[in-house]
Design a protein around this ligand. Sequence first.
Ligand code: NAD
Length: 267
Amino acid sequence: MQRLAGQVAWISGATSGIGAATARLFAQEGACVALVGRRKHLCEAIAEDIRALGGRALALACDVSREGEIRDSIEQAVAAFGGLHIVVNNAGMVQVKMVHECTVDDWDLVMGVNVRSMFFATKHALPHLRRNRRGYIVNVGSISSFVGQAQTPIYTTSKHAALGLTRSIALDYAADGIRCNCVCPGITDTPMLREHLDTTPDPEATLAERLRRVAMGVALTPLDVAKSILYFSCDDSAGVTGTSLVIDCGYLAAAEWQTRGKTAFGE
Ligand SMILES: NC(=O)c1ccc[n+]([C@@H]2O[C@H](COP(=O)([O-])OP(=O)(O)OC[C@H]3O[C@@H](n4cnc5c(N)ncnc54)[C@H](O)[C@@H]3O)[C@@H](O)[C@H]2O)c1
């Protein structure tokens, strides 16, 4: 039985990586999917694939840091499919810079794409979600929702914020039948990861080094993460709200890790 039959899902950042895998999986599970992304032609290509397999999909251009574009994309999804049941706030970006190198524009850009977008989408989806018996909001956090990550202070802040917002939404709208949860992936092989690795002198060596910390020794696939998003978007997770699911191949389980040597304090 398809788990999302009759459901309408709005998925941000659906042009690549985790978002694209989620859109394809949701369509297989019977959902009508609104693929939201800045590059409409990429959304359209995935939507066409989904339609070719008999699914229902709509490509929508949207910069998620802009409230008006989010609102319009939600209204277009509702107009096309007759309602809205699931919101997946997946769009995100990372910037590799230390605090002393960051400008206020860097701060606003990353927080706008990673966090303000969740606020906008939730706000404009709520009137539609409230009309149903049940509604689902899934925010994509990160292992950086729990721990710091080197040289990405704004990203780390944004992912901690995603978890806080998740809990708050869960409390305030539980009475409306809306559940809100946060999926927190570890190292996942997507264009974002590759872009991040490319800022280092030897990307493959950097990846191998990072995977040494991962108990399972591998990177996640986008589909692995999409399955966790699906779990929070249907009755399989009945009773679960305001929480997070870490999917990280054992990354956060590691208490021991190689240091780079003594700090000034250690001398
Ligand atoms: N890849 C990883 O290792 C990893 C780990 C933890 C969390 N995540 C999170 O997973 C989510 C998906 O990332 P991914 O790894 O699939 O990367 P990705 O780069 O493949 O996907 C990110 C998506 O967000 C979209 N996006 C970025 N800025 C946007 C904007 N202003 N408006 C609309 N869309 C925008 C991109 O176009 C893209 O479709 C992100 O929130 C990311 O922080 C990724």
